[in-house]
Design a protein around this ligand. Structure first.
Ligand code: FAD
Length: 307
């Protein structure tokens, strides 16, 4: 039986495992894909103290750091269900059941994609999902933001300070963002908002994005925009589908609800990183929350009566 079983091997899970192992706790990690979203990232320039790195390099360093400790890393394994039977039980997709006194849930999230031709091909070559991460790459260039919800309009305002121009494309005939954000966006000279616009294709020259095609849903006309970058802001989906049948409290978006110590609604279960209701989703924040969750679990375990 593990003292702490971490589900997820992204920056949050890796950090949680190291913190927990350093407390002398019997620690395991179940990870579908070690490294998580970081493995898909090209340049990382906001991981403080390392001026610039690349996703796969940071993943290798994370793994090396975890291996310094006595952590049982179970690669390519997906958790399928959470249960309780004299301790927590995680059932894996392969049917195996792992038992633990406490859990850190750090299964991360994934960006909702447009699912149009060109999106996958140009991911990381003009198609971006994170303005905090990739905004500076498009300095002085024209970009589009797909999605007129809060994250889309926030991204447009953020990017407008860096890039040449921002065109926001919203599928519906109204913007879903807060009024104050819409007013701010409309006051910025280099932001254009186009509603009732359905993006149909990402255009590129074989190496990088050169524009996009969209359909004006009112006139039915197909139109083209010349762009260097496209920020897709149509939702970040937490990887928590496997928890839906459990008693764990999730937000209406499916995020694991946690408090300041990383504690969830169930005793001994902690959450960390992008899978939780933390308002900002970044590597450095995920690592911090992994540390918090493990220290929370440690606090819990030292108060647990011996079985
Ligand atoms: P994740 O990285 O999503 O890791 C989740 C882990 O859980 C993975 O190991 C996954 O395989 C595993 N998992 C999921 N479901 C299950 C399951 N059922 N059972 C077992 N394991 C499971 N942030 C920055 O700070 N700077 C950047 O420059 C930056 N660039 C980015 C670029 C891209 C293209 C993307 C997609 C994200 C970027 N981010 C960046 C965001 C950053 O990667 C995330 O905030 C961070 O990785 C979140 O860490 P996490 O550990 O919470 O989740």
């Amino acid at each position: 039986k593990f003292d702490v079983l971490v589900i997820g091997g992204g920056p949050a899970g890796a950090s949680a495992a190291i913190y927990s192992a350093r407390k002398g706790l019997n620690t395991g990690i179940v990870a579908d894909r070690f490294g998580g979203q970081v493995a898909d990232t090209l340049a990382i320039e906001n991981f403080i103290s390392i001026k610039a790195t690349e996703g796969p390099k940071l993943v290798a360093q994370l793994e090396e750091h975890v291996k310094e400790y006595d952590v049982d890393v179970m690669h390519n394994q997906r958790a399928a269900a959470l249960g309780y039977n004299n301790g927590y039980e995680i059932t894996l997709e392969n049917g195996a059941v792992l038992k633990a006194k406490s859990l850190v849930l750090a299964t991360g999230a994934r960006w909702r994609e447009m699912n149009v031709p060109g999106e996958k091909e140009y991911r990381g070559h003009g198609v971006a999902y994170c303005p905090h991460c990739d905004g500076p790459l498009f300095k002085g260039k024209p970009v589009a933001v797909i999605g007129g919800g809060n994250s889309g309009i926030e991204a447009a305002i953020d990017l407008a300070n860096i890039v040449q121009s921002v065109t926001v494309l919203e599928f519906a005939d109204t913007l879903r963002a807060d009024e104050v954000l819409i007013r701010k966006a409309k006051s910025m000279a280099n932001i254009t908002i186009i509603k009732s616009a359905q993006t149909t294709e990402v255009l590129g020259d074989g190496k990088k994005v050169t524009g996009l095609m969209y359909t004006d849903r009112v006139s039915g006309e197909s139109k083209e925009l010349e762009l260097a970058g496209i920020f897709v802001q149509i939702g970040l989906i937490p990887n928590t589908e496997w928890l839906k049948d459990s008693d764990l409290e999730l937000s209406k978006f499916g995020e694991i609800l946690i408090d300041a110590k990383g504690a969830t609604s169930l005793p001994g279960i902690y959450g960390a990183g992008d899978a939780t209701n933390t308002p900002f989703k970044q590597i450095i924040i995920a690592m911090g929350s992994g540390a918090t969750a493990s220290l929370g679990a440690f606090d819990y375990l030292i108060r647990l009566s011996e079985e």
